[in-house]
Design a protein around this ligand. Structure first.
Ligand SMILES: *Cc1c(COP(=O)(O)O)cnc(C)c1O
Length: 433
C-alpha cells in the first residue's frame, strides 16, 4: 500500500492530487520525470519543530540541512518560516544567499572546507562556521586575522555513538571522517585553540549522530556525552557554552515498514535530556539547535514518472521501465533504499502484478523499486514514487547525458516551477570544443 502525506489525496477523477493540483495535469504541463513538492507539508514540518522547541521553553534554532534539497525557492521558503539553514559547500552558500537567506541564519559545515569557501563565508558574514578539524582551524585563524574580524564558530565533535542506521550514513561514531574525536582529547585541544584565538568566538559544540534514525535512544546517549564534555571544560577551562547543537537525522517513512518517532517526540526527548543532564551536572541550560534535513522535505516530495517499456520474464520478474531512474534518485542504488509508489492516473484500480520499477540508465543496478504490486500498466501511465523529497534531486546527476528533471512547488491549487528541466543545450553548455 502506498503512503499519502500532507495534502496528497485521490481526487474525483481517480488521480493523485497534491497541493490541490492534479498530478496528471502537472505531468502534461511540465513533462516527466517531475519532482513535486507539497509546500504546505514543508511548512507544517518546519513549524512542528519550531513550535515544539518554543513550547518547551528553551532558546532554540531550527537549522534546515540544505543538502537534503536546496534551490532559490526553497531558501525563500525557509526564510518565510524563520528557519536557518546549514550549507556544506560554496555552491550551497551562494545559492542560499541568492535565495535571500539572512547570512546570520546560515551555518557552514563540512570536513574539507576550501580556503575559497571559508573566504566567501567570512566575507558574507554568515552566522556560524562549524569547525571540523585542525587544518580548518588554522585557516580560520589566518583568514580572520587578515580581515581583523571575529567569527562565531562551533566545534563538531564525534561523541562515539552508533545510531542504528545504514553504515554509509553513519557519522557519529569514532571511526568517522567528520569532527574532532572526544576520547583521544582532540576536541579539548581544539577548544583550547579556539578560545585562545582572537578572531574566533566559540559558541558551543555540535554533533550529528547519523541519518534516518527511528528512535530517540542515540540522541539521549549523545546528549549525555555532550553535556559531559561541556561539564569537563567548565571545570578544567572555565569555558561555558552558549549553544548545544544536536544535529539532524530524524527518520521518515519511505514505506509501510518504516516507523520513525514523530518529529515532535524527538525534539521533546532531546530537550528533556538536555534539561535533565544540565540540572544533574549543575550546568547552565544552553540554547538547543537542531538540523533536520530529510524530515522537513522527504515526505513532501513525490516524483512523477511516465511508464515506457515493460519486460516480462516468465516465472522470474516483470520489469516496468520509467523515464527517469538513478539520475534523479541514486538512493536505491547507493544505499539499497526502499521506496513505494502508486499509479497516479488510476489510483483505485486493483493491483494485478508484482513488478520491479526500473530506470532508463545503463546500469543493471538502476532499479527504483525491486518489488511492488501495481495494477496492469500500459505505456504512458504515470507512476508516482512517494517520499522522494530528500537526497533525490540534490544528488541528481547527468549520467548518460540525461537532462535533470524539473521541480515544481504546489500549494493551495497553484503550481510554480522552481527548477526548470535541463535541455540538451544545457548539457553541452560546459563543453569546450
Ligand atoms: C546531513 C546532515 C544533517 C541532516 O541530516 P538529515 O538526516 O537529513 O536530517 C544535519 N547536520 C549535519 C551536520 C549533516 O551532515
Amino acid at each position: 500500500m502506498s503512503l499519502l502525506f500532507g495534502t496528497a489525496r485521490v481526487n474525483e477523477n481517480d488521480h493523485l492530487e497534491i497541493g490541490g493540483c492534479d498530478t496528471t495535469e502537472l505531468a502534461e504541463k511540465y513533462g516527466t520525470p517531475l519532482f513535486i513538492y507539497d509546500v504546505a507539508h514543508i511548512r507544517e514540518q518546519a513549524r512542528g519543530f519550531k513550535q515544539t522547541l518554543d513550547e518547551l521553553g528553551v532558546k532554540n534554532k531550527v537549522v534546515y540541512a540544505s543538502k537534503a534539497f536546496g534551490c532559490l525557492a526553497m531558501y525563500k521558503l525557509l526564510e518565510e518560516e524563520n528557519l536557518g539553514c546549514d550549507v556544506v559547500s560554496g555552491g550551497e552558500l551562494y545559492t542560499a544567499l541568492k535565495g535571500g537567506m539572512s547570512p546570520a541564519n546560515i551555518e557552514f559545515h563540512g570536513n574539507n572546507k576550501l580556503k575559497s569557501e571559508l573566504e566567501l563565508a567570512l566575507d558574507s558574514q554568515i552566522g556560524t562556521i562549524i569547525v571540523d578539524n585542525f587544518y580548518e582551524l588554522e585557516l580560520l585563524k589566518e583568514l580572520t586575522a587578515a580581515r581583523d574580524i571575529e567569527q562565531a564558530v562551533m566545534l563538531r565533535v564525534t561523541p562515539g555513538i552508533n545510531a542504528e542506521t545504514h553504515d554509509y550514513i553513519l557519522t557519529g561514531q569514532v571511526d568517522s571522517k567528520f569532527g574532532f574525536d572526544v576520547a583521544s582529547g582532540q576536541a579539548t585541544k581544539a577548544m583550547e585553540i579556539v578560545t585562545a584565538s582572537k578572531g574566533l568566538n566559540l559558541q558551543g559544540i555540535h554533533c550529528h549522530i547519523g541519518s534516518q534514525i527511528f528512535s530517540s535512544e542515540g540522541f539521549l546517549v549523545a546528549v549525555e556525552r555532550m553535556i559531559g564534555i561541556l561539564k569537563e571544560w567548565k571545570e578544567t577551562h572555565e569555558y561555558v557554552a552558549q549553544i548545544l547543537n544536536m544535529g539532524g537525522g530524524f527518520g521518515i517513512k519511505y514505506t509501510e515498514n518504516d516507523s520513525p518517532l514523530e518529529p515532535k517526540k524527538f525534539v521533546q526527548a532531546i530537550v528533556e535530556a538536555v534539561k535533565g543532564q544540565c540540572s544533574l551536572n549543575d550546568y547552565p541550560l544552553p540554547e538547543i539547535w537542531i538540523e533536520p534535513g530529510r524530515s522537513i522535505v522527504a515526505e513532501a516530495g513525490t516524483t512523477l514518472y511516465t511508464v515506457g517499456a515493460q519486460k516480462v520474464i516468465p516465472e522470474v520478474r516483470h520489469y516496468v521501465a520509467v523515464d527517469g531512474g538513478m539520475g534523479d534518485n541514486i538512493r536505491p542504488a547507493l544505499y539499497s533504499a526502499e521506496y513505494t509508489g502508486l499509479l497516479a492516473n488510476r489510483i483505485s484500480e486493483e493491483n494485478k502484478d508484482r513488478v520491479a520499477v526500473v530506470g532508463k540508465y545503463c546500469e543493471s543496478g538502476d532499479i527504483l523499486i525491486k518489488d511492488i504490486e501495481l495494477p496492469e500498466l500500459v505505456s504512458g501511465d504515470l507512476f508516482a514514487m512517494t517520499s522522494t523529497g530528500a537526497y533525490g534531486y540534490s544528488m541528481a546527476s547527468n549520467y548518460n547525458r540525461n537532462p535533470r528533471s524539473a521541480v515544481v512547488f504546489v500549494e493551495a491549487g497553484q503550481d510554480k516551477l522552481v527548477i526548470r528541466r535541463e535541455t540538451y543545450d544545457d548539457l553541452i553548455s560546459l563543453d569546450c570544443d
